[in-house]
Ligand binder design. Structure first.
Ligand code: ASP
Ligand code: MG
Length: 411
């Protein structure tokens, strides 16, 4: 008999009928003798609809009020799912984030969980009830409602599994698991049986939206194995865990693509200490995240600095950079919108050579030019023209044989 945390995403609880189906699945798990705590997202696109409603009242609503508004979405689905369990004769009780004991850090719309005092949930399970917890929310030390950022119900689930010392944490969603690449981009994409926390963190921060990045961080910190699987059938999904047995020869596990980038080039920058610091601290002070960076080698006392930012930050970045050009004595500021970042991720890179060479070769064979390269221990990213993204994705996916279960570069 195990303690199981199950999380159901918005599409899985998108209608009364779907909620009843989820209740049936929970009852099946309970009937095997397990104790089940459930975390739910808001129904369908409720969070988007509530945000849009608030913006009809005023364009920039107060963050405290917006957090209170958004938190209601998960309260609706948790109460309805609990009723559906009652209708099936299953004892169950719902909890808001506050009632479940989720303590947050006071940031209204992007709070982190500082502590999870899960005693009330534990007591419900011990009394033979299913506990249904509203995801995505908690309260700070003053009792103020905070939400955890978009996708945050995943983090509620993993944190609850850690707090309960649960035997497993299942994230039910509308996809079958984690894929080597978005199947809409490369139809030959393969579902992974397992992936490490570090790889998943890279993929999640590169924009793969299957799991909330903080859920992965929380899983890594507390050793919670996260099982991402479909709520529409019983097939196994993908396990996210510490060690997935690299000895099987897997070097690369995933490819992530990001079309939401703008490239800036500061040309003719005087080659002296402190200039790069000036550029990037101005950008950082404006709250803009810089992604890929490259500086050319110095020629005649000058060099060029290129970097990318998210498309959403374009206007802000341009208005910070333009006045700096004269101040630092650079010659021109240029920018380019239609660029995309493609990244390969694999924990096996730490021990294997030739991954960068393989990626560049695959792009070269497809006749695709690389504009910027950046690497971390387990990731290599290239900036390319956006129009070649799909072609690049296909070329790299097949070069590394990611459609086969033992992914090794082709001979
Ligand atoms: N309902 C929230 C959102 O749509 C949280 C979640 O689904 O995890 O972002
Ligand atoms: Mg989600």
């Amino acid at each position: 008999m195990a303690w199981i945390v199950q999380k159901y995403g918005g599409t899985s609880v998108g209608s009364a009928e779907k909620i009843i189906n989820v209740a049936r699945r929970i009852v099946r798990t309970v009937s095997k003798g397990h104790s089940v705590a459930v975390v739910v997202s808001a129904m369908g696109d409720t969070t988007d609809a509530l945000t849009a409603l608030a913006k009809q009242i005023m364009p920039q609503p107060d963050e405290r009020e917006l957090a209170r508004l958004l938190a209601t979405g998960e309260q609706v689905s948790s109460a309805l799912l609990t009723m559906a369990l009652h209708a099936l004769g299953q004892a169950a009780v719902s909890f808001t984030g506050a009632e479940a004991g989720v303590l947050t850090d006071g940031v209204p719309l992007n709070a982190r969980i500082c502590d999870f005092k899960a005693d009330a949930v534990r007591q419900a399970l011990e009394a033979g009830k299913v506990a249904v917890v509203a995801g995505f929310q908690g309260v700070d030390r003053c009792g103020e409602i905070n939400t955890l950022g978009r996708g945050g119900s995943d983090t509620t689930a993993v944190a609850l599994a850690a707090a309960l010392g649960a035997d497993s944490c299942e994230i039910y969603t509308d996809v079958d698991g984690i894929y080597t690449i978005d199947p809409r981009l490369v139809p030959a994409a393969r579902k992974l049986t397992a992936i490490t926390y570090d790889e998943m963190l890279e993929l999640a921060s590169l924009g793969a939206k299957v799991l909330h990045p903080r859920a992965v961080e929380c899983g890594k910190e507390h050793g919670v194995v996260i099982h991402v699987r479909s709520s529409f059938h019983d097939e196994e999904g993908t396990l996210v865990k510490e060690d997935v047995g690299l000895e099987k020869g897997t070097v690369i596990n995933g490819i992530a693509c990001d079309e939401n980038q703008v490239k800036f080039a500061v040309l003719g920058v005087p080659d002296r200490p402190g200039v790069a610091a000036k550029i990037f601290s101005a950008v950082a002070q404006a709250g803009i995240n810089v992604d890929l960076i490259v500086q050319s080698i110095s020629r005649a006392g000058e060099n060029d600095i290129l970097f990318t930012v998210a498309e959403d930050d374009f206007e802000k970045a341009r208005s910070v950079l333009q006045p700096l050009i004269e101040e630092i004595g650079a010659s021109t500021l240029r920018y380019q919108h239609n660029v995309a970042k493609i990244s390969v991720v694999g924990a096996g890179m730490i021990h294997h050579t030739g991954v960068a060479a393989g990626m560049f070769q695959a792009l070269a064979d497809a006749g695709i030019n690389i504009e910027i390269i950046s690497t971390s221990e387990i990731k290599i990213s290239c900036l390319i023209a956006a129009e070649h993204l799909q072609e690049a994705a296909q070329a790299i996916h097949s070069y590394f044989n990611l459609q086969e279960s033992c992914a090794c570069p082709q001979e």
